[in-house]
Design a protein around this ligand. Sequence first.
Ligand code: ADP
Ligand code: MG
Length: 253
Amino acid sequence: MAEDIIRTKTGIQGLDRALNGGIPSGNMVLVSGGAGTGKSTFCLEFIVNGANTFGEKGLYLSTEQNKDELYKQASLFNWNLLELEQKGLVKIIYYDPTSGDGFPQTFNDTVTQFKPKRIVVDSLTTLLDSLLISGISDEKGFSLVQIAETINPIPRTEQIVTKHVLYSLFKVLKAFKITTLLTTEMPENGKTLSADGVSEFVADGVIILQYVGVGSVDFRSMTVRKMRYTDHSKSTLAYAIEPSGISIKESEI
Ligand SMILES: Nc1ncnc2c1ncn2[C@@H]1O[C@H](COP(=O)(O)OP(=O)(O)O)[C@@H](O)[C@H]1O
Ligand SMILES: [Mg+2]
C-alpha cells in the first residue's frame, strides 16, 4: 500500500481488507440497504469496535430505535453500550423525529465537546424527512435547523427542497471532518442507491447491503459501490450476521 492516508478501521471482520485498510478518515459513507439487511448492526459494530479496539470515541445519532432498544440490540452481540457510555467512549443520542422538536439543538455542541472520531446517523432517511417537515417552520437557531430555514419560502418542487436540505446537511456534517456513516433505505426497484436518490452522489462512499433469497437458500451480500480517496474491492462480498457481529466470508458471490 503506497498511499499513506489516515484510515478509520471498521473492525468488521474482512471489511477493512476489502477497503485496502479502512475508510479514509473524514469520509461520509452511506450504508444503504433494505429493511433487515443489518444497517444498524453494521453501524453499532463500527462504533463499538472504534471504542473497544481502537480507543476512539463514537457518537451514535438514532432516529429509529431509542436508547433501550439499541442497548438491547447491542447486548445480543455482547456489546455493552451502557458501559462504553459510562467510560466516556460512546455517546448515544435518540432523536424522535415525530416529536416535532426540530433537530436536537445540542448536536453541534455535543460534537464540539465530545470530539468523536466516529459519527453514525441512523437513519439519514428519517432525519431528512423530519428536517423537511419540522425544520422548515422552526425559528430557533441551530445550524442543522437553520439549513431548513435557508430555504426560500417560494414554492419549489419537493425534490429541489430535499436536495437543498440534503446538501446543507452534508455540508454541516462534513465540516466536522469526522468519519461518518449514514444509513439509508435502498429502494427495491434498484433505480437509486438511497431513499432520496441524491445522497449517493454527495457522499464520499456507498456501502450496499443486500439480502437475497433464492429458493429456500438466502444469503447476504455487501458491495463497496463507491469509496473516495482509496482503491477498494469491487466484488460482491458475502457476509453473515453472527453472534460476534458482522463477518465477511472469504468466498465471493
Ligand atoms: N444476534 C443476531 N444474530 C444473528 N442475526 C441477527 C442478530 N440480530 C439481528 N440479526 C439479523 O439482523 C437483522 C436486523 O438487523 P438490523 O441491523 O436491525 O437491520 P436494519 O437496520 O438494516 O433494518 C435481523 O432481521 C436478523 O436477520
Ligand atoms: Mg435499522
